[in-house]
Design a protein around this ligand. Sequence first.
Ligand code: ADP
Length: 591
Amino acid sequence: MRLGIHYKTTIAFGVIVAVILCAFYAYLWNTLERHTYQRIEADLNKEALLARAILEKEPLVPPSTATLDSIADDIGRIMHSRITIIDPQGNVLGDSELDGEELLKAENHLYRPEVQEALRRDTGESRRFSTTLRKDMLYIATRFHNRDLEGVVRLAMPLSEIALVSQRLKQVLAAALALAFFATLGMSLIVSAVISRPLKEMSSVARTIAEGDFSKYPSITSGDEMGDLARALRHMSDQVRLRLQEVVSSRSRLEAVLLSMFDGVMVVDSNGAIILMNETLRRLFGVGEDPAGKRPLEVVRNADIQEVVDRTLGRTRGVESKELTLVVPVEKILLVHATPVVQDDRTAGAVLVFHDISELRRLEKIRQDFVANVSHELRTPVSTIKGYAETLLDGALEDKEHAGDFLRIIHADSEKLAKLIDDLLDLSRIESGRLKLEPRPCALVRIVDNVVSALGRQAEDRGIHLVTTIPPDLPDVLADEDRIAQVLSNLLDNAIKFTERGGSVSIAAGVTNGYVRVDVHDTGAGILEKDLPRVFERFYRADRLRSSEKIGTGLGLSIVKHIVQAHGGQVSVESVFGQGSTFSFTLPRAS
Ligand code: ADP
């Protein structure tokens, strides 16, 4: 059971008061009995002297038993004591409690101790059992000298009467002390309740502060210690609220920074449980629910991440870096840097920062492929030229019949080389942004006509039917005329190149979604479905053509794509293998 402070104070106070009162009572109990006896004894002494004065003053005529007994009766009635008058020989002459026969039969009192003492020293006292009255009695005797008679007058009082008086007094004392005890207890209850009330209020305020509610203040304004405590509590509440605000705002600032970081961030505690995982990382790992409290392995099925976390938690300094390959949900290459969070020389957790380096790796691969491809593309014509040139130098120059053929081959391959180098330079200029486009409103039909007339001869030679269908009301396009001519030329050249004799190639144009769209369609070889998505890549050539005489640089479509995109347009291709292909591109309208 929980006791309130005011009950505790009251109980403690009650115990103290009870102890004091009991000690007081014990002391008084002893003193009172002695004091009562002494007072009664003193009274009895006075009464004895009074009785002596009466007996010495009155003429005792005749000094007979009858006279003295009646005097004894009178004095006894007035003084409420037993009076005995004894002559110097010890004969009882009068007694307030004995009459007639009894008096005559009364024993000789000469050897009663008090009588002996009175005869010797005028007054005597004794406490003993009265054989006459069969009670414990207190006797006071005094000698008197009357003109007619000398003797001893003795007063007696039963001790039980004295005990009764002291008993009464003790009862009164006990009642008074009990009353004082309960009154003190009541008062202490009231006082302690008054004192503990502000304490109760302050403890309730402290509880609300602990629960995070800073709106309540203790109402105590007194100038005493309670007031000091209330003021301290108010100050504490204000300070705690300020500190909490500071902590919350700096925490939310930090969280906002971490959460909005472009890189993935994960923070774990000393047990390796996740405290924070930012949105970027959750998206990267496809984590739906809140991962807080879980181990990294439970959230991301990647043992490498768990291993990095475990290793970092086992150290107090340095950065752990590792390249990870993620397969699900998407294929990614991540570089993770893990740093231990050290507090008081102990590792209290770890911060892991994940960089998505997939694009970097992809670009690296493209660069490597590019170098390999360029070297490969250059090697073939260069070795041909070298071979034929050596043959000529070795004497074939004299062989008039073949020397011409060799020189033609050298010339064709050097042209191929020149074309390759031109294409590469074009591509490099476009990709690096160094190619300055000069877009101007121009009529597409004019560009198409120029390209068709340039390549018409080639189509004719190969027996290919070339058609253009450009609507007369086609809006002008905003384009760099020379570059769009290059685009069209590349597409048309491919269409003618990959179409068999008797086939047809058509160029059509129209408006789609606010753009001017150009389609170059052929009824040629078509492209395999697996090759379709890659035909716009640099150096990409369908495998089946690798060794054919139609081999080109593999850069034409890549240049097409970049030029069109630099104009703000799009390229696309549709093809059915064996039936033909349609290459399309869009250009923005001039107005
Ligand atoms: P290339 O100089 O080899 O023609 P391109 O970039 O122009 O290089 O073309 C890339 C590849 O795309 C070609 O090697 C060919 O396999 C395929 N291709 C391009 N145009 C056509 C087409 N009209 N019909 C079939 N295949 C084509």
